[in-house]
Design a protein around this ligand. Structure first.
Ligand SMILES: Nc1ncnc2c1ncn2[C@@H]1O[C@H](COP(=O)(O)OP(=O)(O)OP(=O)(O)O)[C@@H](O)[C@H]1O
Length: 233
């Protein structure tokens, strides 16, 4: 089973500690959401998972394989697809070229863009020759998810996919994430500040505050008042 297990992880930026004994699990065929306000460590958690930043204690494993010390491109090869905060689209490359950057971890015979991406996000097909920088924020988010899907991930890791995006596209993104869970059995791990999006979509919710997991449980039993308390500054 393609489960991600984060066990008792600490992460530091110099002397500043951003993660304190964080443990989460993101299971195959499930949407796992980590909720928290700005600066509590959500992006740091995803950086630890994707290998953008090393951990100072604890263990991260995917599919039974320990990831600690593994370079980001090898984590991509191991099946971890990453949709970073702010999308990180290449503005001067076309939509097609942006999608093709996802080929890097793939063997030659798998270097094509799966049709599924265009079924989920038809706008990408109509804009294949346009430059990434000309797309709206919502279209760029769809492109960033499409690019991660090109790598054929077993887990998709998304950093605030709703940030700065209009409601109609948030709905499309929610539908796409649900489709990926249900049709492929992919594990989905997303970090968010948007409580309603998380509650509607997630199977399991963690709440993070000041670098620690302070609550967790199935989405249907989430105490929304408590969640809101941790989300307001
Ligand atoms: N490169 C860095 N160097 C030093 N401190 C950092 C660095 N990146 C993040 N931090 C600090 O670590 C803490 C956690 O940041 P992180 O970006 O993980 O939070 P977040 O919950 O994702 O917030 P946001 O939604 O604003 O991205 C914050 O106090 C932040 O200032």
């Amino acid at each position: 089973m393609s489960d991600l297990v984060v066990d008792n992880v600490n992460l530091h930026y110099g002397a500043a500690q951003a993660l304190r004994g964080v443990s989460i699990r993101a299971g195959a065929g499930k949407i796992t959401c980590v909720l928290g306000r700005n600066g509590v460590g959500k992006s740091s958690l995803l950086r630890a998972v994707t290998g953008q930043h090393g951990v100072t204690a604890g263990k991260i494993a995917f599919d039974g394989v320990t990831l600690n010390g593994m370079a980001p491109f090898n984590r991509a090869r191991a099946g971890i697809g990453y949709v970073p905060q702010g999308r990180e689209i290449f503005p001067l490359l076309t939509v097609r070229e942006n999608l093709e950057t996802g080929y890097a971890p793939l063997p030659r015979k798998e270097r094509f863009i799966p049709d599924e991406i265009f079924s989920l996000f038809p706008v990408l097909q109509t804009m294949l020759a346009r430059r990434g920088g000309d797309l709206s924020g919502g279209q760029q988010q769809q492109l960033a998810i499409g690019r991660a899907m090109v790598t054929r991930p077993k887990i998709l890791v998304l950093d605030e996919p709703t940030e700065g995006i209009q409601p109609s596209i948030i709905k499309d993104i929610g539908r796409a994430i649900r489709y990926l869970r249900d049709s492929t059995g992919m594990a989905i791990l997303l970090v968010e500040q948007y409580l309603d999006f998380c509650r509607e979509l997630a199977d399991h919710v963690y709440i993070m505050d000041r670098g620690e997991i302070v609550h967790q449980g199935p989405a249907e039993t989430l105490d929304t008042a408590e969640a809101r308390r941790h989300l307001t500054v």
